[in-house]
Design a protein around this ligand. Structure first.
Ligand code: GLN
Length: 192
């Protein structure tokens, strides 16, 4: 199994390190050719405005859409979730998301005081105690479509969702040193 990590911008190496620790071969994806060699794709955190522009300049927008619609498994965190969303609030006027995940997401929604925080999360299907949720200038999911399952919430908001083979988190499981969520995703979608 070869896992791609979308490596246009942001904290993509953190996903590669988690996957290395789990014994999964990773490929950094920057071009349509890179994409054609992977069976699943991780979307990192970072800056969704920049990432969105680079998706267009790299020529990845169309092939990404085709692969994901055809069922490629995707795990997206934070800015990666924003990139996949159907609707982005608080984005730049020219920020056109991929619209592959039926959610409305508001960028930087926790306000200054809580720009970055940690919160223990209860995640459906993950045992062994609370999962450390690391939130960094995190977005808030304001609406989720009927085909979107909520796997974890924090306060009043969903923070981990699944829609078909797309999993998306508003927090950063790749930055907390806890492998359980990456493992669970691989178990479910990767045929591990
Ligand atoms: N606030 C960032 C954005 O809108 C996301 C932050 C993150 O990925 N940690 O793109």
């Amino acid at each position: 199994m070869r896992a791609g990590v979308l490596a246009l911008q942001g904290a993509f190496r953190a996903h590669s390190e988690m996957l290395d620790a789990l014994g999964v071969e990773t490929v950094e994806v920057r071009t349509p050719e890179d994409l054609s060699g992977v069976e699943m794709l991780f979307f990192p955190g970072g800056e969704s405005t920049t990432m969105t522009k680079l998706v267009d300049s790299s020529g990845l927008r169309v092939p990404l859409g085709e692969r994901i619609v055809a069922g490629m498994a995707v795990f997206a965190t934070c800015a990666g979730l924003i990139l996949l969303a159907r609707e982005v609030l608080g984005g730049r006027a020219d920020q056109e998301p991929l619209a592959l995940l039926d959610v409305t997401v508001r960028r930087n929604a926790y306000g200054r005081q809580r720009e970055s925080f940690e919160a223990p999360l209860t995640i459906a299907g993950i045992s062994g105690g609370a999962f450390p949720g690391v939130f960094i200038r995190a977005p808030v999911l304001e609406e989720t479509g009927s085909a979107v399952d909520v796997l974890a919430t924090q306060g009043d908001h969903p923070v981990l969702v699944r829609s078909g083979a797309i999993w998306a988190a508003t927090f950063h499981p790749e930055l907390c040193g806890d492998l359980r969520l990456h493992q669970r995703f691989l178990d479910e979608v990767g045929g591990n």
